[in-house]
Design a protein around this ligand. Structure first.
Ligand code: ATP
Ligand code: ATP
Ligand code: MG
Ligand code: MG
Lengths: 257, 257
C-alpha cells in the first residue's frame, strides 16, 4: 500500500521544499522506495536535487494536462535514491488552464495510478497558495497532509485557513484526507518567539505536532546549492538529525496503524 | 503625482510583507502620506498592523470584483499614520472569479483612481505567486516594482521568472513598469551564504540593488504580534535602522528624477 503525503502550507518560506526533500531522503535512507513530486511552478525541489527545471523533457505540468505519463518524466537522484517527477515554470499557467477542465481536481491523483505501487512513499511539494495545484495534491494525498510550520508569529496566522481548505477537500474530493502532522521548522532555541510559537501550535493541535523539531541550521540552506539533500551534504549537522528523527517518527507511526 | 510601487516576489517568505509595512511606516515618518494595499489572501499586512482580517467591513476582494469603493474600506494605523486597504481570506477565491471578467488585469488600477491623489506613496503587498492578483498589482504600479530578495540560494532561483513576468506586463498591460530596485533581506553577516547571494544579485542586476541591506533581526519578526511596524515597536533596533535607511534612499532617488 503506497503512502501518499502532500506537504502543504500556503504561507511562504516555511520549509515545505526543504522538508519534502530531506524527509524523502531519510525515508529512502531507511530503505523505503520514495517518489518526490514537485508541483510548484518555482520548481525549487527539482533544482535543489540538482536537476535543471528549464531543460527537463516533460514535467508535472504535462502530467496535469494529460499530455504526458509519469514514465516519460521520471528522474532519479543517484546519491539519495529518491525518484522525482520534476516541475517546470510552465506550471505557472496550469491554474488558468485547469479551471475549465473536466475533473480538474483529480488530475494528479488519476495520473499517479500507473506508477504508485512502485513506491512505498510519495511526497508532493506544494506551492505557497491554496490554488488548484495544491488542491490536486490534497486530493491525491491518500494518507493525509504534513504541514511545515515556521516558528514565527506570521506563520500561525494562516493555519486556520489551511484547516478550512483541508475540510473542504475532505468533504468534496478526498474522504480520507486528514492532518498527518505539523512539523515545527527553523526553530531558534535562543529566542522566546520560537518557544511561544511551538507552545501555541501544540495547544491548538493537540496530539498532531510531531515530536521532532527542525532547528534553524545554515547547512539546510546551503545544501540546495550543491544539488543534494542534507543526508548527503552534511549528514552530521543538526539539520540532518532533525529530519532523520522526523523520518523515523513518521515510519513508526505509519507501521503501527 | 502619486508614486505607486508593487512589492512582489513569487518566492515565499522573502520579506514582502515585512518590507511593505516597515517601508510604509518610515515613508510616513519622513512626512509622506502613505497608503498600504494588502492583496494577499493570507492578509498578513492587515493583521500585522493590528486589524482583524475576519471582521473588516469590506476588503480588496470587494474592490477587485467592483462591489465596493476604496472609501468603504479605508483604515488608518494611528501610531504610524499609515492608511490601509485591508485584505481578507475571501481573496483566495478572487483568482478564479477574475479569470473570466472584463479587463481583469486592470481592476486594481482603475479602482485606485478615485483616491490616489490623497497619497504621496502607495505600496501594494503581493501574495507569493504570479497570479492575477500580482498581475493586478504590477499593472497598477505606476513607478515600478520593489523586489525583496532573501539572502538564500533558493531565493535566487525565482528572479528570472519574475523578470519574465515583469517584461510581459510591461509589453501588454503597463508600459511604464520597471524594476525600481531589489532589496536584500534577512542578511546574516555571520554566514558566507549571505555575502555570496548579495554579490551574485549585484552582478546580475547592476545598479538595481538598493544600498540599504536589511539584517536578520528578531525584532522584525516580533513586531507583527504587537500589531506595530518596527518604527513604533523598537525604533532603535538594527531592523528598524535598515528600513529607515531604505526609505531615505527611495525618497532621495524619487525626488531626483
Ligand atoms: N531549518 C532551516 N534552517 C535554515 N534555513 C532553512 C531551514 N528550512 C528552510 N530553510 C531555508 O529557508 C528558505 C525557505 O525554505 P523553503 O524554500 O524550503 O520553504 P518553502 O515553504 O518551500 O517556500 P515556498 O513557500 O517559496 O515554496 C530556503 O532558502 C531554505 O533553504
Ligand atoms: N529581516 C528579518 N529578520 C528576521 N525575520 C524576518 C525579517 N524579515 C521578515 N522576517 C520574518 O520572516 C517571515 C517571512 O517574512 P514575510 O512574511 O514578511 O515574507 P513574505 O515574503 O511576505 O511571505 P509570503 O510569501 O508568505 O507573503 C515572517 O515571519 C517575518 O516576521
Ligand atoms: Mg517551496
Ligand atoms: Mg507576505
Amino acid at each position: 500500500m503506497t503512502i501518499i503525503y502532500a506537504i502543504a502550507n500556503q504561507k511562504g518560506g516555511v520549509g515545505k521544499t526543504t522538508s519534502t526533500i530531506n524527509l524523502a531522503a531519510y525515508l529512502a535512507d531507511a530503505g523505503m522506495r520514495v517518489l518526490l513530486i514537485d508541483i510548484d511552478p518555482q520548481s525549487n525541489a527539482t533544482s535543489a536535487l540538482g536537476f535543471n527545471k528549464n531543460t527537463v523533457e516533460a514535467s508535472t505540468y504535462d502530467l496535469l494536462l494529460g499530455t504526458a505519463q509519469p514514465q516519460d518524466m521520471l528522474l532519479c537522484h543517484e546519491e539519495s535514491e529518491v525518484s522525482l517527477l520534476p516541475a517546470n515554470p510552465a506550471l505557472a499557467g496550469a491554474e488558468v488552464e485547469l479551471v475549465n477542465m473536466m475533473a480538474r481536481e483529480y488530475r494528479l491523483k488519476t495520473s499517479l495510478e500507473s506508477i504508485a505501487e512502485q513506491f512505498d512513499y510519495i511526497l508532493i511539494d506544494c506551492p505557497p497558495s491554496l490554488s488548484l495545484l495544491t488542491i490536486n495534491a490534497l486530493t491525491a494525498a491518500s494518507h493525509g497532509v504534513i504541514i511545515p510550520v515556521q516558528c514565527e508569529y506570521l506563520a500561525l496566522e494562516g493555519l486556520t485557513q489551511l484547516q478550512q481548505t483541508i475540510q473542504m477537500v475532505r468533504q468534496h474530493l478526498n474522504r480520507r484526507l486528514r492532518i498527518r502532522g505539523l512539523v515545527m521548522t527553523m526553530y531558534d532555541a535562543r529566542t522566546n518567539l520560537s518557544r511561544q510559537v511551538v507552545q501555541e501550535v501544540r495547544e491548538h493541535y493537540p496530539g498532531l505536532v510531531f515530536r521532532a523539531i527542525i532547528p534553524r541550521n545554515i547547512r539546510l540552506s546551503e545544501a540546495p546549492s550543491y544539488g543534494q539533500p542534507i543526508s548527503v551534504y552534511t549528514p552530521n549537522s543538526a539539520g540532518a538529525l532533525g529530519y532523520k528523527v522526523l523520518a523515523a517518527e513518521i515510519i513508526q507511526g505509519d507501521m503501527s496503524k
